[in-house]
Design a protein around this ligand. Structure first.
Ligand code: GLA
Length: 686
């Protein structure tokens, strides 16, 4: 960093990000791309005059954190109304602080007692930069924040860019879309109080020349599990940028004198290694620095939901547990239906104690049996939800999100607790803590089965529109407290499948239930999209009865083995032959799971995936014939990720060749329609 000219350079292993203050006092991004050999070679912040009397210089500069104010007309990161009604921000440089991997730039308003601190942190091994912002009201009067983003990221000027993003709906999540950006703003967002099935807070940007294996890709994600917004903008000067943060839709935050508001973190990175390397950087980062237990592969679980639905009791679950254990399953998860008065989705949510009819002696006897069979025990909960037909709702109808003069819209017969209320947070902490203390529970599946409606709050301390943020803060508090009290429990985030999959919840959760759609062919597409942002270790994938009779069991297993394997079918209906085959794949998966969950993933198409151990010694390849092209009787793939100079053997192929040679050649696997294969890859040590 060169203090005299106020320029800052952040370098990661392969990339660099530079910004500085230009002569007019604007904080300008000057570079984001490949790391250079010498610091002197990075460009300095530009000066730029505006265009005629219509575009100020603010409009034509790549500002690090543009604010609403002055003659600026593009997407700002911060918009504030002061107590006197002024809605114009003028931020200037105040001071800075830096350490090895962190920089803070303090800005202040020229008139009002307001400070804005921009935080930058490098995660060098992952080529990622983390940014977040603090807004501090140093005065006595309250002000209102109407937009507060975490960051704006700028791409090198005047290129045609393409945006990759993930879109979907319940049962049909994570479709990968790549589209050309043209002049204007393209918004991806959630307005649903969770990060949502609709869009995912993640992006990749390329200039049209990137492939899975090479080319420049800029990529990022927002660590937020509530309403978020990602606004990609191409200006009238062909400058492309992405702003990301908490959604400003229906948002306002009253910041009293002396208070501060801190944004969630936005992460973004750069690679020359194509989409695949961009994903692997995110995967490694999430596994090594974000999720709580990223060093340990997950146990193979059985979940009884699709076998017994709400019809659970000690006997039915014990029978399933015995079969699961005999097949090699390591964790038995009791899903919905176990708690008080929960016989259908019409009642019970809120009353988190075992139903005395189904479990007269509580959960202990079942847990003991499961443990005795050599398995851990896991439990499904949906704490944010409440059925009107529950003791909790009857006692506290005011605890839910609602407007007093409006109907309370139900979805799946349930309402949403106002997680912003400390009393609600404490109720849930107390109830969940009790469950975890009283029972030997190793795994929790935390669900949320609806989107928001009537986001009202009776007596908010600040602006009622703070609910969107305070809800998520409350949720994080409850999860955080439970994680603190029960650090070894594995928490899974589920919201009707993949409705709450984001880097924010992953600071607390180890796994995501990616979709309620467990059809293997659909899953291949869903898993492919999911892998763009998230690693295999967090992707729980069950073999169910969805394709029983239509797709081979081996095909269904191979699809689920691409993530963290689970079983969800009704084992009582599985024949001896099916159980034996399942046991075989479970045992095979155990021998491969370190590579799949802790290694690197290479997408060879969504019909083929390869995983390599970190030391490049071992790998595993999954190939599927999904019927494209029609009537294909073989599938061609080209390996990636081998060490070029090392010698490898691929299971079933009678050749031993260098990694380079294998990677230069199409491998052709004869496979009939809906046939699949799994092949181990071994480095030969001479
Ligand atoms: C959601 C989940 C399912 C199951 C049900 C239980 O739909 O995604 O896996 O847990 O709830 O009600």
């Amino acid at each position: 960093m060169n203090k005299s000219t106020l320029n800052w350079i952040l370098e990661t292993r392969n990339s660099a990000y530079c910004f500085g203050i230009n002569d007019d006092g604007y904080l300008i991004n000057s570079y984001w791309g490949k790391r250079k050999n010498e610091k002197t070679d990075y460009p300095l912040p530009i000066q730029k005059a505006g265009w005629a009397s219509f575009d100020s210089s603010a409009n034509v500069l790549p500002q690090e954190y543009p604010v609403y104010g002055g003659a600026f007309h593009h997407e700002p990161c911060l918009k504030i109304t002061f107590v006197d009604g002024v809605r114009d921000l003028v931020l200037v440089y105040d001071s800075d602080w830096s350490s090895q991997n962190e920089i803070r730039i303090k800005l202040r308003d020229t008139y009002y007692p307001l400070q804005v601190i921009l935080h930058y942190k490098t995660h060098a091994n992952y080529d990622l930069i983390e940014r977040w912002v603090e807004v501090i009201n140093k005065g006595k009067e309250a002000l209102t924040i109407e937009r507060i983003f975490s960051a704006q990221w700028h791409f090198p000027e005047q290129q045609q860019y393409y945006l990759s993003h993930l879109s979907g709906k319940w049962g049909d999540e994570f479709h990968l879309i790549r589209e050309a950006l043209t002049s204007g703003v393209k918004v991806l967002e959630s307005r649903r109080i969770t990060s949502s099935h609709h869009h995912n807070p993640w992006f990749m940007i390329d200039a049209g020349n990137a492939t899975e294996t090479e080319g420049e890709v800029w990529f990022g994600a927002l660590a937020w599990s509530g309403n978020w917004k990602l606004a990609t903008e191409v200006t009238n000067f062909d400058m492309t940028r992405i702003s990301m943060g908490i959604n400003d839709w229906d948002f306002a935050w009253k910041l009293n004198g002396g208070e501060k508001l801190i944004t969630p973190s936005a992460f973004a990175g750069y690679t020359q290694g194509g989409f695949g390397q961009a994903s692997r950087s995110l995967h490694n980062f999430i596994r090594e620095l974000v999720i709580p237990h990223g060093a340990n592969p997950h146990k193979i679980l059985y979940n009884s939901w699709e076998a017994t639905f709400f019809d659970v009791d000690e006997i039915s679950q014990t029978r399933l547990a015995e079969i699961a254990a005999s097949m090699g399953v390591e964790l038995f998860v009791l899903d919905d239906g176990w708690f008080y008065n929960r016989n259908s989705d019409h009642a019970g949510l809120g009353d988190w104690w075992p139903d005395p009819v189904k479990f007269p002696c509580g959960l202990q006897p079942l847990i003991q049996k499961v443990n005795h069979l050599g398995m851990d025990f896991g439990l499904w909960i949906e704490p944010e939800m409440v059925n009107p037909d529950s003791d909790l709702y009857r006692a506290h109808p005011d605890w839910i999100l609602h407007f007093p003069t409006r109907e309370r819209t139900l979805a799946r017969n349930q309402c949403i607790l106002n997680m912003a209320l400390p009393v609600v947070q404490e109720y849930l902490i107390e109830k969940m803590d009790h469950l975890l203390k009283e029972n030997n529970i190793a795994f929790i599946k935390w669900d949320m089965n609806r989107n928001v409606s009537e986001p009202g709050w009776l007596h908010p301390p600040g602006d009622p529109k703070e609910i969107w943020v305070r809800y998520v803060q409350g949720l994080y508090r409850v999860w955080g407290e439970l994680r603190h009290r029960h650090p070894n429990v594995i928490l899974q985030s589920c919201s009707g499948g993949g409705g709450r999959a984001d880097v924010g919840i992953l600071h607390l959760a180890d796994q995501i239930w990616v979709s309620d759609n467990t059809k293997a062919l659909d899953r291949l597409q869903i898993q492919h999209g999911f892998s763009m942002a998230y690693p295999a270790i967090i992707m729980e994938a069950w073999v169910t009865d969805a394709d029983r009779g239509t797709l081979p069991l081996s095909f269904r297993f191979h699809v689920s083995m691409c993530g963290s394997l689970g079983i969800g079918g009704n084992l009582l209906h599985w024949s001896e032959e099916e159980r034996n085959e399942a046991a075989y794949w479970i045992s095979h998966y155990k021998s491969l799971r370190e590579i799949i969950q802790l290694g690197d993933q290479y997408r060879l198409g969504y019909y083929a995936t390869q995983y390599m151990s970190k030391d490049f010694q071992q790998g595993v390849l999954f190939v599927f014939n999904i019927g494209q092209p029609v009537q294909a009787t073989s599938v061609k793939v080209r390996l990636q990720g081998l060490r070029p100079e090392a010698i490898y053997e691929i299971e079933g192929l009678n050749e031993v060749k260098s990694g380079l040679d294998w990677m230069l050649k199409d491998l052709v696997f004869p496979l009939e329609l809906f046939e699949s294969t799994v092949r181990e890859i071994h480095q030969k040590n001479e």
